[in-house]
Write a protein that binds this ligand. Structure first.
Ligand SMILES: C[S@@+](CC[C@H](N)C(=O)[O-])C[C@H]1O[C@@H](n2cnc3c(N)ncnc32)[C@H](O)[C@@H]1O
Length: 542
């Protein structure tokens, strides 16, 4: 088997935009206001003046409310720039932050502080905005977006971090002065001093709706989620038979900093290597997982692409897709129909290479990785580069594959685009970008991709339908819809397949793996510590 990488034809992705609002739209900015110290009377773009980097005389900032902070410590400056990019340019924090950290040469504790500030302020936005609103008589929508971002950083430090209150206030005020002028800084000072008069519990008791009359409104403010997501997750728990009273724990799990997990690619690395020197400990559920204690690039296997950062839930999905039993020989013709950026494809390719090395599949074996977005196909290519298996990355609409190559593959993974409601902890801004219509607008694409997967698999072959969402509209109902009226597809016992993979591993303090009665599996962040991934293993009748 040799490596081969080719690119198919460019395609129309047909993928709906991931954002609930148009690119570039920010919050409505407040009109210029006169400087003044009373909250509610300033905070706009009032004659902003900033100190030069050399500490010289003040001059008006050429980019009011958006300039790079000067004379502000680098960690806070990077966190602020991250928030500004997210608010103003619809940037993704996890993509923009590493570059900003590099540019500011922040490492170790300083990089950790910048990350905690940026992610914490983004995740906590719903709670913090409610508290900021109570600390001023100005509506949130009328506060200059840059000042508001700085206030969110300040409130996060005051209520959620062990930063001394005077430092939280003074560093934020300096930040606002540097970027938005002295009038705005007086406004920020007044708001933050008011916020600092109470702790978070006292603020929540004051600003959150009454839990007995408005339970979802209360959870929305106390756990910083849009109300429609609170409702959607309540529905999702119910649909999988989980008790309603798990909802606060589920919401809280999205606000906790996730452990960074690596997957040791089989045949290239193993958990023993990743955990050497106390740099990591073995994963909870996945046999190839290691929970990292420090930065990923401290681990040689990750630097050399023999291991990858990947959530344990995603690992179980790829391992499950490879482990489910086919009827008839598995020749190693595998398809990943929605491959970008390539995390699961890399694990599948490593498993396929192992089977080839063991003589279990022939020389024709290859992983075909289809991805409709060209730049994401490039990431798939990179993710497969270290793996000794034949692969073919194709930029193409996955919906057309079933018709073009009917019955060709032994296994197909179809990890469809979804709302990502199962990975809210990893993408701190995404909960504010999504809208309720996303839940149903993706369904036609999800159905069409699953139909294409079922057409592309041979009789006796396996299809793994996966989403990073627990909502039934994207999970069970899609599978039910596609299988309705079809008697040529069998639902496999997905919990049994995962139980075999998990082996003797157990969740902390529990003998129950909480995989449910099947036939599909819904993982939950608050129960499994993974992203809330859904997996349904299907087999076409021979
Ligand atoms: C949930 S992500 C897949 C994640 C991937 N399996 C991994 O583990 O890295 C879904 C991917 O499907 C791609 N996609 C969207 N519409 C598609 C289509 N019609 N055909 C193929 N890929 C599509 C998206 O660009 C996105 O990269």
């Amino acid at each position: 088997m040799s490596n081969q990488a080719s690119s198919g034809r460019p395609s129309n992705s047909g993928r709906p935009s991931g954002s609930g609002r148009p690119a570039g739209s920010g919050r409505p900015s407040s009109p210029p206001r006169r400087a003044g110290g009373k909250p509610g009377r300033a905070g706009g773009r009032d004659a902003p003046r900033s100190r030069t980097a050399e500490g010289g005389a003040e001059r008006p900032d050429s980019r009011p409310g958006g300039g790079r902070p000067v004379n502000v410590d680098p960690a806070r400056s990077v966190a602020f720039e991250t928030l500004r990019a997210v608010t103003d340019r619809d940037a993704y924090a996890n993509l923009i932050l590493p570059g900003l950290l590099r540019r500011a040469r922040l490492r170790g504790r300083d990089a950790g502080l910048a990350t905690e500030l940026a992610y914490g302020a983004l995740r906590g936005r719903g709670t913090y905005d409610a508290i900021i609103a109570a600390g001023t008589d100005r509506p949130i929508a009328e506060i200059d977006p840059a000042v508001l971002d700085a206030l969110r950083l300040g409130v996060h430090q005051l209520l959620h971090m062990r930063v001394p209150p005077h430092a939280a206030v003074s560093t934020t005020v300096d930040l606002v002065r540097s970027t938005s002028g002295s009038g705005a800084s007086r406004f920020a000072n007044a708001v933050l001093r008011r916020v600092g008069e109470r702790d978070e519990a006292e603020w929540l008791a004051k600003v959150a709706p009454d839990a007995s009359t408005d339970p979802d409104g209360n959870l929305s403010v106390t756990h910083s989620h849009p109300q429609w997501i609170v409702r959607a997750l309540r529905d999702a728990l119910k649909a999988t038979g989980r008790p309603d009273d798990e909802l606060p724990a589920l919401l809280a799990s999205h606000n906790a900093r996730p452990t960074v997990v690596a997957a040791a690619l089989p045949g290239l690395s193993d958990v023993a290597e990743l955990t050497e020197g106390d740099r990591a400990r073995p994963g909870v559920l996945s046999p190839v997982a290691a929970l990292l204690k420090g930065a990923p690039d401290e681990i040689p296997a990750i630097r050399q692409s023999r291991a990858r950062v990947q959530d344990e839930g995603s690992q179980l999905v790829a391992l499950g897709a490879a482990a489910a039993t086919t009827i008839g020989t598995d020749r190693g013709l595998w398809l990943d129909l929605c491959a970008g950026p390539g995390g699961k494809a890399a694990l599948l390719a490593a498993l396929l290479a192992e089977r080839h090395a063991a003589g279990l599949v022939g020389d024709d074996a290859e992983l075909v990785a289809v991805e409709s977005a060209e730049h994401r196909a490039g990431l798939v290519q990179q993710s497969l580069a270290a793996v000794q298996c034949a692969y073919d990355v194709q930029v193409r609409d996955g919906r057309t594959v079933g018709e073009a190559e009917p019955g060709r593959y032994d296994r197909v993974l179809v990890d469809v685009p979804c709302t990502g409601l199962g990975a809210l902890r990893r993408r701190p801004e995404s909960r504010w970008r999504r809208s309720p219509s996303d839940l149903t607008s993706l369904a036609p694409l999800q159905r069409a991709l699953l139909e294409s997967a079922l057409a592309a698999v041979r009789p006796g072959g396996v299809v793994a339908y996966a989403t990073c969402s627990p909502h039934p509209a994207e999970t069970r109902l899609v599978v039910d819809d596609v299988l309705r009226g079809r008697d040529d597809v069998e639902r496999l016992d997905t919990p049994a397949v995962l139980r075999d993979l998990i082996g003797s591993r157990r969740l902390p303090g529990s003998d129950d793996l909480v995989l449910g009665d099947g036939p599909s599996v819904q993982l939950w962040t608050h129960l499994h510590g993974t992203d809330s991934m859904f997996l349904s293993l299907l087999r076409r009748n021979a």
